[in-house]
Design a protein around this ligand. Sequence first.
Ligand code: SF4
Ligand code: SF4
Length: 187
Amino acid sequence: MRPESDIMKEVMERSGQDITKCYQCLKCFVGCPLAPYMEYKPNQVIRMLQYGQTDKILESNTIWLCVSCKTCGVRCPNDIDLMHVMDTLREMSQETKKQYKADKKIVALHEEFVRNVKIWGKLHEATFFMPYMARTLDIIDNAGQGIKLFIRLKLPLIPKKIKHIKEIRKLFKKGYKTKKELANNEN
Ligand code: SF4
Ligand code: SF4
């Protein structure tokens, strides 16, 4: 199938994956550990992209449940690594503000995690959880865990940037290009 829609071309360009090669063998779906919980299964994401039904995908829980385990990419007979496609779709959903709305915890967790790593170069739990809990009011579930970790001295309150934080920030800036290069190197 030739890339029909502009959005499909963009996803292919940004992810470095040739999704025109997909012939719906379902191997990605069968191997995906999160497929039972996804609104659209991995193979359906490809089909919907081919038909330009991007809004539905960007607003679904599918792209946020993908844990980048690469099982789909390993199983695909056409070397389509859906992990990179899902990653691209997550970025696009943030850029277009067409995000999954049914459970705001999923998107908030992702955004605060990325924001925290950009600031410190690694995850600092205390400064990660505070804005996350403020956004989601998910206090009851997490406060108990936080207190236990604090008592066991596993939750440092003062954050510390890693030594090569500038390199991490450069990587974030280059993320688009790096992801494409990474996908090309893997193929
Ligand atoms: S495994 Fe590959 S070819 Fe088969 S449905 Fe999934 S993406 Fe398409
Ligand atoms: S990388 Fe994502 S889509 Fe692929 S098998 Fe893992 S969880 Fe499923």
